[in-house]
Design a protein around this ligand. Sequence first.
Ligand code: AMP
Ligand code: MG
Length: 404
Amino acid sequence: MLLPISDAINLIFSNVKEAGEEELLIEETSGRVIAEDVESKIEMPPFNKSAMDGYAVKTSDTPGKLMLTEVVPAGIIPEKKLNKGETTLVMTGAPVPEGTEAVVMREQTIEGRDYIEIQKKAIKGENIAFKGEDIKKGERLLEKGEIITPGKVSLLATLGYRRVKVKKIPEASLIVTGNELCEPGSIELPRGFIYNSNAYSLMAQYKELGGKINYIGIIEDNIENLVDSLSKAEKANIILISGGVSKGDYDYVEESIKQWGGKIIFHYVAIKPGKPFLFAKKKDVLVFGMPGNPVSTLVIFWKFIGPAVLKMQGAKELFPEKIPAFFKGNYSKKKDRPHYIGVKLIKSGNILTAEYIPSHGSADVPSFCMADGIIEIPQEIKAIKDGDLVEVRLIHPPFRYYER
Ligand code: AMP
Ligand code: MG
């Protein structure tokens, strides 16, 4: 019997060691896991601030003609207090004068030289962003273990952080196997060859997590070269291997890992695509062997390796959130193993539809690359059809990782 997916995940997670920490410039942290709680030392806004280019007023003076006392650009402190019968022109982002009750948009006034006619009744508080309304002093805004997004980079900068402590992302080496492979970009395809896509999709997937892969290159399908390349790769915390893990005559990865001194923890998982997925270990170095069909590689990284890399960084949430949607299409399968299929998410009105993208299988990159999300169809289910309620997990960030 093939190893169930949940057992494979447990075996991987039980071999994971948590990484150390490093301090990085905030703009380099997107996708990474924050290693400190962040509490605000400041209030936001730090002063009562105008949200518009407009006139600061007391509401009881409006509508009416008011004397212009001052013009305040952003970054300047008003010199005068606002008294009855007076108005001050404040620009967006400028502090409002003491005594201001509301700001009226310039468009709702008639501007004279010394007097401004406010044409509407102002409502208390309108167009003012009050001191501390967005962020209070001492407020906890980020917690250790959260994944940093560009929005959180903005928050860190807002709070005055230039650098922040994050977990180290595991160093990863990548070995690509396959005598039939040719690197894209350089030459025309020789007969019998295909371009190597997995190296590039894996580097891109790792980059989404905020890391960079050390790409060793395409290694010929023979044990000697593979053992040699594993020795080159072993300075890393994890080694990714593409291809060579099936039962073909030229699939030497399992044997090479053994000769290199690694221990196979599992090989073959009940999943489609990606059944020959292999996990091994030598000391603290984890080795992930993915079957070479490009969709298998993408799915196996997404399902197992990405979450493991997050686990190594102590992330609180490891799996993409499940989104309920109605299935569109017809998909039937054997009760052999869980199937992972790509879907497009389409929203019409309040209804979210997950539309099946017909695929020729695990080499069908053009169909899979259109997918927004993945549906897991459990082993015992034989078919899903139009209108069935399904759960979709997004493929790409921004997404939230959930504990299973
Ligand atoms: P393998 O897992 O080595 O048996 O390869 C399975 C299939 O995936 C074969 O058709 C390979 O040609 C193809 N394949 C293997 N590695 C890659 C790669 N890096 N890029 C694209 N296709 C690949
Ligand atoms: Mg191969």
